[in-house]
Design a protein around this ligand. Structure first.
Ligand code: SF4
Length: 431
């Protein structure tokens, strides 16, 4: 078992001898073990959870305890500790805690279980993508700044370039940094509006007690501005990807009027690079013209393939889950590369009802890739929303779910990042 970690009022994190770390998935709580965890991935962050109580295992009594204060220093308040893991790692258990009357909704991060063992932090995660695309060790700030200055000279009047400067230098967006570093995938945020109201929307939170993570883009770049940024990346990076649909915008399908002409401009000058769109897939009728223009791949976000659970999270306006499925069908019929951005949360995604629905979905829609993405939303509040939407059953464990899907669909790619077209062929799935 791993030694439990707690935090003090001042946010100092320390191990609590005599207590074991505990992970939770819905109502299921169990001590963390070395076998279920791995060293905390580089670049991950540790968080203390305010106005909450850690649930730990008392090794002497063998009983789970909700701690209100430090048992070795009565009167000192202690708080739960969680890990926000680096990209490419799927969390298998949430840090175990209990809410209090003062608890407010947690900010938009994921809260993985973590403990201490043999002079190191260990995290309850499974790696699904080893590509160093967002490895902070390869993104030194001084090189990002040099790239910003270079692009500023190259395209001084380009508003999208200026927007990405703020993304890279203020928000620390890895995709924005990669544009200025000339690595892997560059972002092309374009859409000011969205026709969904996701509970965990990173760019717009209305009538909500949580703050969005970054401001939504406040203008619509022109096709020329989009093409200029995209070409600057594509022409200098081998195996490059440029992607519409970022965390600082609405949904790109609502900006197809500028995206279509931009893609045409890009493809009129080069067939290098991969043009991808991350989208909620709400408007299938807008896809054929984008594919005709040269869109290579799409990634569709969903937290569940069960309509009631999808609706409870995405809160769609003016479209339905059937439209999302129609977008997948349209792309598959056009032999485009299709990925699902699967927003997973232990305690819900690994329930029997979700697992069965996902298998049935993958049987019916031969998509090429699942990007297992940790849901950045308050887990306890999320379970409540999903329980209200549908019954799901007792969690079977994220490791079991991943193994089950892997065995049933051996050709389905697991990952985290949008692949370049040079890697598409490996993933082709027949019915
Ligand atoms: S689809 Fe994207 S932009 Fe729209 S509400 Fe959801 S997270 Fe926000």
């Amino acid at each position: 078992m791993l030694t439990a970690l707690v935090a003090s009022d001042a946010g100092e994190i320390f191990e609590l001898d005599g207590y074991a770390a505990v992970g939770m998935a819905g109502a299921k709580l169990a001590p963390l073990t070395v076998a279920q965890t791995r060293r905390l991935p580089f670049g991950s962050e540790l968080m203390m959870l305010p106005d909450r109580k850690p649930v730990l295992l008392n090794i002497d009594t063998g009983k789970l305890e909700t701690l209100h204060e430090n048992p070795y220093d009565p009167g000192e308040m202690v708080y739960p500790v969680a890990a926000f893991n680096s990209p490419g790692y799927v969390i298998t258990r949430i840090s175990a805690y209990g809410e209090t009357r003062r608890s407010q909704t947690l900010p938009l991060f994921s809260y993985g279980a973590v403990g201490w063992h043999a002079d190191g932090f260990r995290s309850a995660v499974v790696q699904v993508d080893a590509e160093p695309r967002q490895d902070l060790r390869q993104m030194p700030r001084d090189e990002v700044i040099a790239g910003v200055e270079r692009m500023r000279r190259q395209m001084p009047d380009n508003r999208l370039r200026a927007h990405l400067e703020n993304c890279a230098l203020t928000y620390g967006c890895p995709a924005g940094k990669n544009f200025f570093l000339g690595r892997y995938e560059a972002p092309l945020p374009t859409a000011q509006a969205c026709n969904a109201r996701c509970l965990g929307c990173l760019s717009l939170q209305q009538n909500s007690d949580i703050h969005h993570s970054q401001d939504r883009i406040a203008f619509t770049p022109s096709p020329q501005e989009i093409a200029e940024v995209a070409l600057a990346h594509i022409t200098q990076v081998d195996g490059s990807v440029v992607s519409f649909g970022q965390g600082c915008e609405g949904d790109p399908l609502l900006a197809d009027h500028v995206i279509g002409p931009a893609i045409e401009q890009i493809r009129s000058q080069t067939d290098r690079g991969t043009i991808n769109m991350n989208t909620n897939g709400s408007l299938p009728d807008r896809l054929p013209s984008l594919f005709d223009a040269g869109l290579d791949s799409i990634r569709i976000s969903m937290n569940s393939v069960r309509k009631a659970c999808y609706d409870a999270y995405f809160r769609p306006r003016g479209y339905g889950f059937a439209d999302v499925l129609a977008s997948i069908e349209t792309a598959l019929a056009r032999k485009k590369f299709v990925a699902v951005n699967y927003l997973n949360c232990p305690g819900f995604s690994d329930t029997p009802a979700e697992a069965a629905a996902l298998e049935q979905f993958l049987e019916q829609y031969p998509i090429h890739m699942i990007q297992w993405r940790n849901l950045n939303f308050d887990p306890v509040r999320y379970w409540r929303q999903m329980d209200a939407a549908a019954s799901s059953g007792e969690p079977i464990g994220m490791e079991v779910l991943l193994k089950q899907i892997r065995q049933r669909f051996p050709n389905l790619k697991f990952g985290y990042f949008n692949p370049p077209k040079e890697k598409f062929s490996y993933h082709h799935r027949d019915h």
